[in-house]
Design a protein around this ligand. Structure first.
Ligand code: ZN
Length: 714
């Protein structure tokens, strides 16, 4: 799975410092390295960046996408072995790591019937497409949702737009109740698990999710195989786990799914829906929606099918939905490879990408897996040439991400104590390439690292740096009136990929990124090697750029004398989040009961301390003061951990980060200052007050940790 990145990644950064370096200097200086060490680092990095190769990346992708490889299948296991053996062939130590987790496959294709004056069976399969040879592969699964319940339900159909709370409000206003009925909703605007949850909460007995051509089909452009967009007979598979409650194996929340861990009964798991949920293609949706009567669509409900949508709900148009799921404990396989650090073995830089796919997964996720193998390729070569990374680097190929970030979550839960002590950062790459446009999300302390590294990677298409391409495009897309935008925005981490357990459960600084483009075949049988070879990255040069960038980020974190974390950006970002939240609180008449002074003063202290540590770090790097650097580095790494509140978020204790988490209804998107924002949305001033106090406490802990770097121990 993967966030569909919002294209308007813009912000006006008025606080960024003026450019300090001349161009010539900027080419040799690397943040966190003394002048002398930067020269050596740059040489190693250049040697590294020369290794990733388009032919080799193409071959990895071809091999990984030969067969559908859903988590827990023999074909998935084959991809794990391929990744392990490739990494070993590059000279890295790599091993499989297994977990037993609760997964479903369809026992038989879903039965879907439209019942009007007659019964009309509807397809839940994707049709082969002429030209793409893999689209007729016999092992392509019928359309289904991960963690749908089994069931056999019949009822009137209601069209509920995106299936979010305000859509049900609109239906109520139109006099349509969904209780005892089957809702049909379109993909988009939130994670599909949210749609299942909200349908269930509103009393629906079944939920159909379809891909409207307005969102990723012909309204966007030519459809596959003529273009990159979704063809009529294509649907979107995907998990409907309640990811916002907790990710990972549904039966072992907070614990690793290994022998000896007590398991919940499936009916005790709070992150599973109890109703059948089924995805369909838009030709099938057309058959259903075109029959609906009842009120004409409310504002915002019309999609791209060529008739006026009605919301239905009448007794003369019904659906029968019968899902039959085979649920079992199944084995999944992570691959973990490790390069031991030469001087700080117990400081880990962790890179992760998932490998399992709903079908072939050429973009999602295997463009990232191919990039990971090329990173391994590059590191293997450097090691042969005598490179000794200061800190340990761990490469992880996750399994069962598509069902709910399972491989990464189980590993993070198993390794929790060690990770809390040792992890420097987690660098995620999911769908690495679907086009040429770079986008990134990260904690603010790593913004400068991200921007710095993108300056050193060449954009294959324009020949400029990736940074420049990213800037140019952001400026083109900037909203009117935003004249003082200085840098492309790095977005907030919400959920929908494997950084979630690292950042939001354990408090490990994390990043996510990718090269994006026109991509309408998400989670379908057409996200194939053919699609990538014709539309996504025909020369495989962006796979190479992704590997170069990912490896460069890892090398800087692994080799730096003074870790390139800058918390001043974090303080500014929290201040912006708070200003925005207070604006909403005022609109809702909640502001008077909130102690904004305590928050403002906590953020001021944080900003001041962050600035001081940053100065000390620069100076210690210059002086090469090793004892001082160790103290500063430890504080910088541990500071992120202090955003973790052991109690967790309200009603969902697995999520513990006080600044970043997905909102309950936002799905993939982050809802910064999560509990505070939720309480404001709920107009609950007592909860808002309590949430803000916890946020203030966490900021104070961060500040204290940064201060500890200045304490004289000698
Ligand atoms: Zn993915």
């Amino acid at each position: 799975m993967k966030t569909i990145l919002v294209l308007f990644l813009l912000v006006s950064i008025t606080l960024s410092a003026p450019l300090l370096f001349t161009k010539a200097f900027a080419q040799t200086a690397i943040d966190g390295f003394s002048a002398e060490r930067a020269t050596a680092e740059r040489r190693w990095e250049e040697q590294f960046r020369a290794i990733p190769d388009p032919k080799s990346a193409r071959e990895h992708l071809r091999r990984l996408t030969i067969e559908p490889h859903i988590a827990g299948t023999k074909e998935d296991y084959n991809t794990a072995v391929y990744v392990r053996d490739q990494l070993r062939s590059y000279g890295l130590s790599a091993d499989l790591k297994e977990y037993e987790v609760w997964l479903n496959y369809p026992n038989a294709p879903t039965v879907l019937e439209l019942i009007t004056t007659r019964r009309q069976p509807l397809s839940v399969k994707e049709a082969p497409v002429p030209g793409d040879p893999s689209s007729s592969h016999p092992k392509i699964s019928p359309l289904f949702n991960g963690y749908s319940a089994s069931g056999d339900v019949t009822g009137p159909v209601v069209y509920a737009n995106y299936g979010l709370p305000n859509d049900y409000e609109d239906l109520k206003k139109a006099g349509v109740d969904v209780k005892g009925k089957i809702v049909i909703v379109r993909y988009g605007n939130s994670f599909r698990g949210v749609k299942a949850k909200v349908a269930e909460q509103n009393g629906a007995i079944g939920c159909i999710i379809y891909s409207d051509p307005e969102d990723d089909g012909y309204m966007q452009g030519d459809v596959f195989p003529k273009g990159p967009w979704r063809p009529v007979a294509s649907g979107q598979r995907g998990s409907v786990q309640f990811l916002f409650d907790y990710p990972g194996d549904p039966l072992t929340p907070g614990k690793p799914a290994i022998a000896g861990t007590p398991r919940l009964k499936p009916e005790e798991a709070t992150d599973l829906t109890r109703i059948p949920v089924q995805p369909i293609a838009y030709d099938v949706a057309r058959t259903i929606l075109s029959q609906l009567k009842g009120p004409l669509r409310p504002r915002g409900f019309q999609g791209g099918l060529p008739f006026a949508y009605h919301v239905g709900g009448t007794n003369d148009v019904k659906l029968r939905l019968k899902t039959d799921m085979d649920y079992k404990l199944r084995t999944i396989w992570n691959v973990v490879a490790r390069i031991d650090g030469n001087e700080e073995k117990d400081r880990w830089v962790v890179l992760g990408n998932h490998r399992d796919a709903w079908v072939f997964g050429a973009v999602d996720p295997n463009s990232g897996s191919s990039a990971m193998l090329e990173v391994g390729h590059g590191f293997g070569e450097l090691l042969k040439q005598g490179w000794k990374p200061r800190r340990t680097i761990i490469l992880c190929s996750w399994d069962a991400e598509e069902y709910g970030l399972i491989g990464s979550t189980e590993w993070a839960e198993e390794m929790a104590d060690e990770l809390r002590q040792k992890a420097v950062a987690y660098l995620n790459l999911d769908a690495a390439v679907s086009g040429p446009h770079f986008g990134a999300s990260s904690v603010p302390s790593l913004w400068k690292l991200m921007r710095g590294a993108t300056r050193d990677i060449k954009d294959p298409k324009t020949g400029k740096s990736v940074y420049q391409q990213w800037q140019d495009r952001s400026r083109e897309n900037r909203p009117e009136g935003d004249q003082d935008m200085r840098e492309a925005r790095i977005a907030s981490l919400g959920s929908g990929s494997d950084y979630t357990p690292f950042l939001q459960h354990l408090g490990i600084a994390s990043t996510d990124m990718g090269f994006n483009g026109d991509y309408g075949v998400y989670h379908s049988a057409y996200d194939s090697f053919y699609w990538m070879d014709h539309f996504g990255d025909p020369g495989f040069t962006y796979h190479v750029a992704a590997a170069q960038l990912w490896g460069t980020l890892a090398m800087r974190l692994a080799d730096a004398d003074g870790l390139p974390f800058d918390y001043t950006d974090y303080a500014h970002q929290i201040r912006e989040f708070f200003t925005e939240a207070m604006r909403l609180a005022r609109i809702r008449n909640l502001a008077s009961s909130l102690d904004d002074k305590a928050m403002t003063s906590a953020v001021d202290d944080f900003a001041r301390e962050a600035e001081r540590v940053e100065k000390d770090r620069q100076e210690a790097v210059r002086k090469g003061d090793r004892a001082e650097l160790t103290k500063i580095n430890d504080a910088l790494v541990q500071a992120e951990r202090q955003f973790i509140d052991a109690k967790g978020l309200r009603g969902r204790a697995w999520y513990k980060h006080q600044i970043y988490a997905p909102g309950i209804y936002t799905g993939y998107a982050a809802q910064p200052l999560t509990d505070f924002r939720q309480a404001i949305d709920d107009r609950n001033s007592a909860n808002a007050k309590e949430a803000l106090e916890r946020i203030v406490d966490s900021i104070k802990r961060v500040t204290r940790t940064l201060k500890s770097a200045a304490d004289k121990t000698d």
